[in-house]
Design a protein around this ligand. Structure first.
Ligand SMILES: Nc1ncnc2c1ncn2[C@@H]1O[C@H](COP(=O)(O)OP(=O)(O)OP(=O)(O)O)[C@@H](O)[C@H]1O
Ligand SMILES: [Mg+2]
Length: 270
């Protein structure tokens, strides 16, 4: 089954600032799809469109086989869609609004009329997993950026959506939190959930995707394919602004080489 289907979708903020140009793509149930691209290439805009937060000026968006339009997204379809799809925002400040961390993580499940014990258990499990227990009574606004991001992750997972849209989920997370989150995402996908992840972190792409879309700086789909194929072409990755030339200081000289090397670790003894 197709979860999302986009045909020739173009979007410009305020009708003036182009953010996506003639984008066609699809996401099937149970897939893990990564969205890669330079700053401003339209990744967050795409996720906003997939979440029904903004609607393109031209082109067609379908979700679960139905048109995802401003008028179509109301009533029963809106409730169905909102129960199935959740977005982790790139900026956690845009996501968090409750007085405490505990309330933030409990908010979603409370809307779903679940038994109180089950809600409590879900919240406790996520707080423990993401090591947020000590912060449970704190205001989400007064946390570090990484802590906020983890609270937002817990809030998204607590509603147990089938389709997770993740905008730079690991940005600003420390290594252990990154590992925990990736494991959580992989496990969710193995359990049947669909993942669409925008990321700059190429090292994680083989784990969090079985298909990749690369967006160009012209805000178009530049390539689609399997992660191992696309990540192997280092020259092309540099042209898409997904990896950069990095200067390294050696004992008595500098040299420049491609910094990211997703397929194998580089060494500095050449
Ligand atoms: N609220 C907004 N108002 C006007 N233009 C916007 C707005 N948000 C984004 N844009 C523009 O839309 C384009 C796509 O932005 P988007 O945030 O989707 O990029 P992105 O690929 O997510 O970038 P990043 O890697 O920096 O997160 C950019 O050129 C940006 O300037
Ligand atoms: Mg973005």
């Amino acid at each position: 089954m197709k979860i999302f289907e986009l045909k020739d979708v173009s979007f410009a903020y305020l009708g003036r600032f182009p953010a996506l140009r003639a984008v066609s793509l699809e996401v099937r149930a149970g897939e893990k799809v990564a969205i890669l691209g330079a700053n401003g290439s339209g990744k967050s805009t795409l996720l906003r469109i997939l979440n029904g937060l903004v609607f393109p000026q031209t082109g067609e968006v379908k979700a679960f086989g139905q048109p995802l339009t401003e008028n179509g997204l109301d009533g029963a379809f809106n409730r169905f869609f909102r129960s199935k799809v959740a977005l982790l925002f790139q900026n956690p400040d845009a996501q968090l609004f409750c007085p405490t961390v505990f309330d933030e993580v409990a908010f979603g499940p409370l809307q779903l009329d679940l038994p109180p014990e089950e809600i409590h258990q879900r919240v406790e499990d996520l707080l423990k997993l993401l090591r947020l227990e000590a912060l449970r009574d704190r205001s989400p606004y007064e946390l570090s950026l990484g802590e906020k991001k983890k609270v937002a992750v817990a809030a998204v997972f607590s509603t147990n959506p089938d389709v997770l849209l993740l905008d730079e989920p690991t940005a600003s997370l420390d290594p252990r939190s990154t590992r925990t989150l990736i494991d959580l995402l992989v496990e969710a996908n193995e359990g049947g959930k669909t993942l669409v992840t925008a990321t700059h972190d190429l090292h994680l792409v083989p784990e969090i995707s079985d298909r990749v879309y690369i967006f160009s700086e012209e805000k178009r789909v530049a390539a689609e394919g399997r992660p191992e194929e696309l990540l192997a072409d280092v020259e092309q990755l540099a042209k898409w602004n997904l990896i950069h030339l990095h200067k390294h200081a050696h004992q008595d000289y500098w040299h420049a080489h491609l910094h990211e090397h997703p397929s194998k670790e580089h060494t500095h003894n050449e």
